[in-house]
Write a protein that binds this ligand. Structure first.
Ligand code: FMN
Length: 195
């Protein structure tokens, strides 16, 4: 597989990545998605198990229905942990922010590290997307709905797989303000760090 040429180096890409929540209607092509999946599968994988598998949904009506199905489940879960769900409760709110593409990274439900593998694959995918000027956002709020037994086959997730990382993908509409981060919290340095 030939990867696309990009202008940003890895540090620039890490700094440029943000969770994008507003998208243009233009679809992302199959070729681009395949390049991103190639980047995803290059992530570290515990015991070289390579458990990740991908579902790609580019049907906006299906995404809207999935959002409607996922919202009450997430609201219920969030209320129990006293989280604010005001935005999500709004009937017009689409959990997928009207993005044209949802990628669900799934894993075969065995092994202690399969979820870690999926999250590492997700970060590779999101950084590669950012380097290609595409936007992404993890949509954890949609996850409970993807585990419902009758929803799984509708999404094309076979029985022996579980959804681990739902993320949206698309061409960003405008700029997304960067979020801040705390400085690295170093608990201890046992050995002397070379300068
Ligand atoms: C596990 C996980 C679940 C997330 N779920 C959602 C979500 O459901 N909806 C959303 O808008 N953002 C979601 N996010 C994105 C975070 O809100 C975002 O990463 C954080 O605010 C920092 O912003 P940044 O990614 O732009 O740096 C999620 C991120 C992670 C890691």
């Amino acid at each position: 597989m030939q990867f696309p040429q990009v202008e940003m180096n890895i540090f620039e890409t890490i700094l440029a990545r943000r969770s994008v929540r507003s998208y243009l209607p233009q679809e992302v092509t199959r070729k681009t998605i395949l390049s991103l999946l190639e980047a995803a599968v290059r992530a570290p994988t515990a015991m070289h198990e390579e458990p990740c598998a991908f579902v790609i949904i580019q049907n906006r009506e299906m995404l809207r229905n999935l959002s409607d199905r996922a919202k009450p489940l997430f609201i219920e879960q969030a209320r129990r942990s006293a989280h604010n769900v005001e935005d999500i409760s709004n009937a017009d709110f689409n959990l997928f922010y009207d993005a044209g593409t949802l990628i669900i990274i799934c894993a075969k439900s065995t092994g202690p590290f399969v979820e870690a593998d999926c999250w590492l694959a997700a970060e590779n995918l999101m950084l590669a997307a950012c380097a290609m000027n595409l936007g992404t956002c993890v949509i954890g709020t949609a996850l409970p709905a993807m585990k419902i037994p009758e929803v799984k086959p509708a999404l094309g997730i076979p029985d022996q797989f579980e959804a681990v990382v739902p993320l949206i993908l698309g061409w960003p509409r405008g700029e997304t303000t960067p979020t801040s981060r705390k400085a690295p919290h170093i608990l201890n340095t046992i050995a002397c760090l070379a300068t």
